[in-house]
Design a protein around this ligand. Sequence first.
Ligand SMILES: C[S@@+](CC[C@H](N)C(=O)[O-])C[C@H]1O[C@@H](n2cnc3c(N)ncnc32)[C@H](O)[C@@H]1O
Length: 232
Amino acid sequence: MKRLAIAALVAACLLLQLISAGACPPSSPDGIGKFHMGREIAKVMGHEGIDWLERDSREDEEASSRADAALDLKPDDVVADIGAGSGFHTFRIAPMVPKGRVVAVDIQPEMLTCLETRAKQLGHPNVEPHLGAIDGVRLPSDSIDLALMVDAYHEFSHPAEMLQSLMQALRPGGRVVLLEYRAEDPQVPIKPLHKMSEAQIRKELEAAGFIWKTTHAFLPWQHMVVFEKPKR
Ligand SMILES: C[S@@+](CC[C@H](N)C(=O)[O-])C[C@H]1O[C@@H](n2cnc3c(N)ncnc32)[C@H](O)[C@@H]1O
């Protein structure tokens, strides 16, 4: 009788383990196995992907110039391009803020080396490469007017911590703009973990305390979602 009870207990424990394993969302080969607010975080695109970021077809596919124009920047704005990569957007934005600057933040030193070389080649003294951390931008408090994240946020391994550090780095009333490939649109030819729905973006940014202002729908592949840091 005692043996039977022990066997039943072991079986129950195994069953419980199986049930709880089944309750975990399955992870994808493109993800890091960590979930944030119901979404699996994508693996970081390595610096080996620079050619893809700088592909000739990108302007046609993403209408990047229209996206940057819609940022509606003032000449003296300080912009942080978070997850700047090789600087595809950084170098388009730099001439829009001749009296300000673009802080190009990335966690891959190889990306920053590329950015530094290009800043010299293209003659952009107002581009400042900056090494961030996986859990924070490492920028002074109240030092930036706009944080831009293009195809980057979905890769942040510590999204909540990154947003918290951005909240600190932005001036009151400062803006956060996310460009992410539309998860709602199966025609957008990008892997699922590298896309985000508008609802998911809003859920995560609003949970971090940002105020949603607008979502632009004019880009061919991406959402452009604009938030604001509360004005104290
Ligand atoms: C897909 S690339 C996009 C690069 C660029 N924004 C563009 O549109 O060409 C994403 C970049 O985000 C960077 N990244 C990932 N996690 C980061 C973090 N926590 N802080 C800053 N950059 C990060 C990666 O190193 C990579 O360069």
